[in-house]
Design a protein around this ligand. Structure first.
Ligand code: PEP
Ligand code: MG
Length: 750
């Protein structure tokens, strides 16, 4: 700490002298970090990094040694924006030898990007002769120097170079991954890194610590107010929105109160930084850690922390969020925390793109519930986009079509305008059929239900006119809050769902954790194939206390109303019986008892198909989870993009399975539904109904389009056609083509 204070004090003197002080700066840093070399490379026009100062390398290399961004260790650090700490740099695959520097004797290297407001301005590196890994304190010290150096380089014009050479006016397309399907067009709002703090160093740490404490109190009050309101000030929040925001924001509040990161900010202040610079520093650190962490839930916690650091900076500087150029703008951000999504939604954005985001992130879960189109894009979009640039956010569901187009050409804009107009016309058409029955032209009634997992999504019941909730994924709220709620808390969530559903049926699925859905801190063993591992009901049966608590909460929530409980990942009849026995044991103790208690299973594991006679005697209903059933039937991981379109649900094996299941359920009088995502896809929905599965449960976006299509179909005719297609399919990998061809010829819009 003392060393850092001394270093910072000396740097402050040097910085006042601007770029002319760089030779002294490198000497000072080399001395403080006990390294033989310290060099600074500054970004020049054309994405070139030029050696501008060095202690230890040959002086004649200054101004001569140049590397492209991406070239050599220094270029790699500039390109990725991440530090590299290499004991044996010369054997790193990216190492680029430059004879004029005379760097052969130096084995180890620590290189750190010099960044300001989200842009890389250069790189600072130290080198040593011996093979050594620099310790965390040294890395932190060099990062602090880099933060100060950014001010010097910015003042000397490197910041202007950082924006050049990237073709700031040409159209750019970025392939994207859809987080929430949809289409949006509008001017960009670029949410770069927080601006560099104005004042970096402080004379009096005591004053800064007091400022920090006041800002923390302000920030926490703001979060409490946000949670109380459910949505920020003028969101016009529906009460269901407010309720579900609470699930995620409660978890967020816990992170806000976590002393660990605030202590690190305090330490940085005691090291001589101003409060703003200390928060900036810790946020930068979090960002680096985030890049290295692959565990999705740890990443999520760090994303929450970064969101909080931004709020804390706001509280310290009294700053306000950037203005929205117009309603309907597209937000482009490195990543977003849950509170930011709510904030920006209330300010009228039409969608967002994040460089770091996954479908399971808090931001994506909230966006889905709010109906806000969203995509994840690879790094690069933010460095290229400017506020106000035209953006098309095409969050198409297929990987191939999903993209962000920056500064699109006029004809592309016109094309998308037509697509948006057609979409609005379709939406208007869908809205008009919301209250009409979902009945085929020849009178077969099909029940269309919703798949949801958050109270926030309950509003979709009214919006879509769905007949009920065919799949309530109880684990989603737990994943959102990062922990398993206790019985009263769970019961409150489930009761809210039953209240909102009123007399419409709800199928509650018990916890389906494990596989790709992991809670933080869960001590699940590492497995080679987690999707086929110790997950879901298997955990519930081996840890019955967990499952029983959930079953008790469900029974309490029902409070004398009808209750339907469904078990996931059942592989044997014995497992189903064991799970049901736990439910009955709890049901015997909870009063009032549900007026009707229905118990069913998901069908996701193919082995159940060979136990149907016994199973059908035990269950009240079966719901087919096509997401998992497809992955287990074809041995194709559902999360592997390369396999996404390899196997088709509309293929002879799957259709044979579903037809046999429908037939046997009908004969046994057992209710059958499909609740995998396939039910929302028009050709699949039509085929499932054609096979005799007349209850489909799906994400909200599918309900009205599927209803529109079914209302256009003469089911009797289609059933005959489907039977003929199946008879003649032979060894075809898919029968999609003849099904869609029939639909086209008969004016059915798939
Ligand atoms: C399924 O597997 O089809 C299903 C509905 O469950 P989940 O997607 O939650 O695994
Ligand atoms: Mg499943």
């Amino acid at each position: 700490m003392v060393t850092q204070r001394r270093l910072l004090a000396r740097l402050r003197e040097l910085m006042a002298r601007g770029a002319g002080s760089l030779p002294e700066l490198v000497r000072l840093v080399a001395g403080e970090l006990v390294s033989e070399v310290c060099s600074i490379y500054a970004l020049q026009p054309g994405d070139i990094l030029e050696l501008v100062a060095t202690e230890g390398l040959r002086p004649e290399a200054v101004g001569r040694t140049r590397l492209r961004v991406g070239e050599g260790i220094v270029g790699l650090v500039a390109a990725t924006g991440s530090p590299l700490n290499l004991p044996d740099a010369q054997n790193h695959p990216a190492f680029a030898y430059r004879a004029e520097t005379g760097e052969e004797p130096y084995a180890s290297m620590l290189a750190v990007p010099v960044r300001r407001a989200g842009r890389t301005l250069g790189v600072i590196a130290v080198q040593n002769r011996n093979l050594r890994r620099y310790d965390a304190g040294e890395v932190e010290e060099l990062e602090t120097v880099a933060m100060l150096l950014a001010e010097v380089l910015a003042a000397s014009g490197a910041e202007d170079s950082a924006g050049e050479g990237l073709g700031a006016t040409v159209p750019r397309r970025f392939p994207a991954t859809s987080l929430v399907p949809g289409l949006a067009m509008g001017p960009a709002v670029v949410l770069g890194a927080a601006p560099a703090p104005g004042r970096l160093l402080a004379e009096d740490s005591g004053v800064e610590l007091a400022r920090l404490n006041r800002a923390v109190a302000t920030m926490q009050k703001g979060i409490d107010a946000l949670i109380e309101a459910g949505l920020p000030q003028d969101a016009g929040a529906r009460s269901a929105d407010a309720a579900a925001s609470r699930e995620i924001l409660d978890a967020y509040r816990l992170v806000a109160a976590d002393a660990g990161w605030l202590k690190r900010v305090g330490d940085a202040i005691r090291g001589g930084l101003s409060a703003e610079a200390a928060v900036h520093r810790v946020a930068g650190d979090l960002r680096d850690r985030m890049r290295r962490i692959t565990d999705p839930y740890l990443r999520e916690r760090l994303a929450d922390l970064e969101d909080l650091a931004g709020r804390l900076l706001g509280a310290l500087t009294g700053g306000t969020a950037p203005a929205l150029p117009a309603p309907g703008a597209i937000l482009l951000a490195r990543r977003l925390g849950p509170a930011e999504v709510l904030d920006w939604h209330s300010r009228g954005i039409a969608g967002f793109a994040v460089e770091d985001g996954s479908a399971g992130s808090h931001a994506a879960i909230l966006a889905r519930a709010l109906g806000l189109p969203a995509v994840a894009v690879p790094r690069g979009l933010l460095d290229t986009a400017e506020d106000g640039d035209a953006v098309i956010l095409d969050a198409a569901e297929t990987q191939a079509g999903c993209q962000v187009i920056l500064r699109p050409e006029q004809d592309v804009i016109a094309l998308y305008h037509r697509a948006l107009d057609a979409r609005s016309a379709r939406q208007a058409g869908y809205a008009a059929i919301r209250d009409l029955p979902s009945t085929t032209r020849d009178g077969t009634k099909v029940t269309l239900m919703l798949n949801i997992g958050l109270a926030l999504e309950l509003a979709q019941l009214e919006a879509t006119g769905a007949a009920g909730i065919g799949l309530f994924r109880t684990e989603i709220a737990m994943l959102a809050r990062g922990a398993i709620a206790d019985v009263p808390e769970q019961a409150a969530v489930y009761a809210r769902v039953l209240d909102a559903a009123d007399d419409r049926p709800v199928l509650f699925r018990t916890l389906d954790l494990g596989g790709d859905k992991l809670l933080p801190g869960s001590d699940l063993p590492e497995e080679e194939n987690p999707a086929m591992g110790w997950r879901s009901l298997r955990i519930g049966l081996d840890r019955p206390a967990l499952l029983r608590r959930q079953l008790r909460a469900l029974l309490l929530a029902a409070g004398g109303r009808p209750l339907s409980v469904m078990f996931p990942m059942v592989a044997t009849v014995a497992e189903f019986r064991a799970a049901r026995a736990l439910l009955h044991a709890e049901a015997a103790r909870v009063r009032p008892a549900p007026s009707v208690l229905r118990v069913g299973t998901m069908l996701e594991v193919p082995a159940l198909m060979f136990q149907l006679p016994a199973l059908l005697r035990e269950v009240d209903f079966i719901s087919v989870g096509t997401n998992d059933l497809m992955q287990f039937l074809f041995a194709a991981d559902r999360g592997t993009p390369a396999l996404a379109n390899r196997y088709d649900l509309l293929s002879p094996p799957m259709l044979e399975l579903l037809a046999a299941l429908a037939e046997q359920c009908r004969a046994a009088g057992v209710a059958l539904s499909v609740c995998g995502e396939a039910a929302a896809r028009p050709a699949e929905a039509l085929t499932l109904v054609g096979l005799g599965i007349e209850t489909l449960s799906m994400p909200a976006s599918g309900v009205l389009p599927v209803k529109a299509l079914l209302r256009d179909v003469d089911l009797g005719t289609f059933r005959e056609v489907l039977a003929a297609i199946r008879r003649t399919a032979g060894h075809a990998a898919s029968v999609r083509e003849p099904i869609t061809a029939w639909a086209r010829e008969h004016g059915v819009n798939l």
